[in-house]
Every structure is written in structure tokens, then in C-alpha cells.
Write a new protein. Structure first.
Length: 268
């Protein structure tokens, strides 16, 4: 084995052997197929970035040390190494094509919207969240410190329609590796299939006014049976549900004395 081959093996072997034990590079593992694929994509990007960045750094270091000024002799001048130039043009292009293709595959998974078994209509408002379960007479509303909980079933397609009733908000659940703007006048839709039960934190990620920092919510994934039980236990009368679903942010805020009157702060 040549020393060059040994060096290459020394670089690649730990990466291959490490396999699934790759570090998370600060990302979440995901609780949906798309979320997990996003996580793995992030790992792939991170490893390649580290290899390219590390390799470039070592080459610069080597060139700087090896060809540092020693006396007044000018080192041998060379140019036009065609095979080398072809390699360092083609390899980066292949890396970019590979990363692009992997990104398209993951994006298609994240953006896919198969036929849903459950639907949640989400309205973000200053400063809270309203989760309406159409056809179920269930509405969850909470703002600032109330930390409303959106309950969803595990293992089925859950469609979400996301809107805002005032300014731009950000719907972000770190565990999902997923984030979308909630925009007034625009219905953003996405579908999740949760593969893990549990409670996960969510929050607004778009600076949206005075109490933006308190705009939290929770995502609770339960089994389909628990989900049916929860829906039944929280069902309102159809009239109550319709009124709650239609309630404006001001009406919600007026009924829930958590937030001081906006006028006392002079901000909206
Ligand atoms: Cu917000």
C-alpha cells in the first residue's frame, strides 16, 4: 500500500466506521420522516464542509510552511498542471451536484402533502396561538404565558393550515427541524406524519411585537386512541366551537386578562 493510499484510508475509515454515530452538529434528530431526513442532510453537509474546510486549511498551511521564504532564492516556478486542474474543477462540481440532489430529495419529502387523516388550522396572533380542529368542535387558544398545546396523533398524516390574523409570525418546532412563516392573507400548508410520541416545545421565531418572546406553544404527539379521547373530552358545542374558531385576537385577549392593554404601552 502506498503511503498516499494509507493516508486516504486514514481519513475515510473513521468516517465510514463512525456510521450512525456521527455527531448531531447541533441539529435535532427529528420526529417525522422529513425531519429525520433534514437532520441526516445536515450531518452530510457538516461532514463534507469539515472535510473540504479542513483539507483547504491543511493545504494552505502546508504551502505556507513548505514554500516560506528561505534566503533570496526564488523557488521553482510551475504552471499548467492540467490533470490537477481538471480534478480540482470536477470534484467540487460533483460535490455541489451531490448536495443539490440530496437537498431536492429531502425537500420533496418535507413538502409532500399526502392525503391527511387529521387537520389542524393554526392561527398565529399577537401574541399567541389558536389551534382549530375542523369537524371536531375543538379549539385550543392560548397566549403569552399560557403556552397552548396542540395535540396531534402519531403515525397518521396530519395536515396543518397556517395563517396569521395580524402581522408576520414564525411557526417553529425545533424537534421537527421545521419552520414556516405565518403570514396575514396567506395560507401556508404542510403535512406531518409523527413517528414519536411526546411533548415538544414550539415558539414564534419572527419578531412580532411587544410579547413576541412569550409566544410559546407546545406540540403534544399522542397515540390515535389517546387523540380520539382527547378530542371527545375537549369538544365544545358546535355554536361554541364556531364562535371560538372565529374569535379575533382582540376578543381572545379581552377574554383572557394575561396581557396588559396595548394602549398603555403605545405599541401594537
Ligand atoms: Cu409572533
Amino acid at each position: 500500500m502506498t503511503s498516499r493510499r494509507a493516508a486516504l484510508l486514514a481519513v475515510i475509515a473513521p468516517l465510514v466506521l463512525a456510521g450512525c454515530q456521527l455527531p448531531s452538529f447541533g441539529a435535532y434528530h427529528g420526529i417525522t420522516k422529513g425531519g429525520t431526513q433534514s437532520y441526516e442532510l445536515w450531518q452530510g453537509f457538516s461532514v463534507i464542509a469539515a472535510v473540504v474546510g479542513g483539507g483547504t486549511f491543511l493545504l494552505i498551511l502546508w504551502a505556507a510552511l513548505r514554500y516560506r521564504r528561505r534566503g533570496d532564492t526564488i523557488p521553482r516556478q510551475t504552471q499548467y498542471n492540467v490533470p490537477l486542474e481538471v480534478i480540482y474543477t470536477i470534484v467540487p462540481i460533483l460535490i455541489v451536484i451531490g448536495l443539490f440532489a440530496a437537498t431536492v430529495v429531502v425537500e420533496n419529502q418535507v413538502l409532500s402533502e399526502p392525503t391527511p387523516k387529521a387537520t389542524v388550522n393554526i392561527t398565529a396572533f399577537q401574541w399567541g396561538w389558536k389551534f382549530v380542529y375542523p369537524g371536531e368542535n375543538v379549539v385550543v387558544i392560548g397566549q403569552t404565558t399560557q403556552n397552548p398545546t396542540m395535540v396531534v396523533p402519531e403515525g397518521v398524516n396530519v395536515k396543518m393550515n397556517l395563517v396569521s390574523s395580524d402581522v408576520v409570525h414564525g411557526f417553529y418546532v425545533p424537534a421537527l427541524n421545521f419552520s414556516r412563516f405565518a403570514q396575514p392573507g396567506l395560507n401556508n400548508t404542510f403535512t406531518f406524519n409523527f413517528d414519536k410520541t411526546g411533548t415538544f416545545k414550539g415558539q414564534c421565531t419572527q419578531l412580532c411585537g411587544l410579547y413576541h418572546s412569550l409566544m410559546y406553544f407546545q406540540l403534544q404527539v399522542v397515540t390515535p386512541t389517546q387523540y380520539r379521547t382527547w378530542l371527545k373530552a375537549n369538544a365544545l358545542t358546535p355554536a361554541q366551537a364556531a364562535a371560538a374558531a372565529a374569535a379575533s385576537a382582540n376578543q381572545i385577549n379581552a377574554g383572557i386578562p394575561v396581557k396588559p392593554a396595548q394602549t398603555s404601552y403605545g405599541v401594537n
